[in-house]
Design a protein around this ligand. Structure first.
Ligand SMILES: [Zn+2]
Length: 149
């Protein structure tokens, strides 16, 4: 991705972070996902008094894109205080659509330092089902995993 497009995606993630509804954790997150058609979809985290109902910014952005009919994701920018990586649930949701998704992580207190990652590195061997609902065997195992056949 061109640097100016990347920087624009990061800027949008930082901006949308301000709309986060996080009265309990005070941890604001913004996400911007770029689709193959050149559109950008934004998401922020939304918490709830029933804590388990909270939805992360990354999934909010993905769900907005899916709602608009977009399924091909090219990259995502995520803005937090401290430059946090996406949680496990979001990694799994993102891997459904692009297991190799490039991810740009920005710490809003140090926005010039961008960490560029890739979903494959964050979630190797993601859970997958084929079109018939059967589990696909993962080709990747972590360095410490041992599978007995
Ligand atoms: Zn998450």
């Amino acid at each position: 991705m061109k640097r100016d497009l990347r920087d624009e995606l990061i800027r949008q993630a930082i901006e949308i972070r301000q709309r986060a509804y996080a009265p309990y954790s005070k941890f604001l997150v913004g996400a911007a996902v770029r689709t193959a058609s050149g559109k950008t979809f934004l998401g922020c985290n939304v918490e709830n008094a029933s804590y388990g109902l909270a939805v992360c910014a990354e999934r909010s952005a993905v769900f907005a894109a899916i709602t608009a009919g977009e399924k091909q994701f090219e990259c995502m920018a995520i803005a937090t205080q401290g430059g946090s990586m996406p949680c496990g649930a979001c990694r799994q949701v993102l891997s459904e659509f692009n297991p190799d998704l490039p991810i740009y992580i920005v710490d809003v207190e140090n926005p010039d330092k961008i960490v560029e990652g890739n979903l494959w590195d964050l979630l190797p061997g993601a859970f997958k089902l084929d079109e018939k609902g059967k589990s696909k065997k993962s080709k990747v195992q972590g360095p410490k995993s041992k599978v007995k056949e």
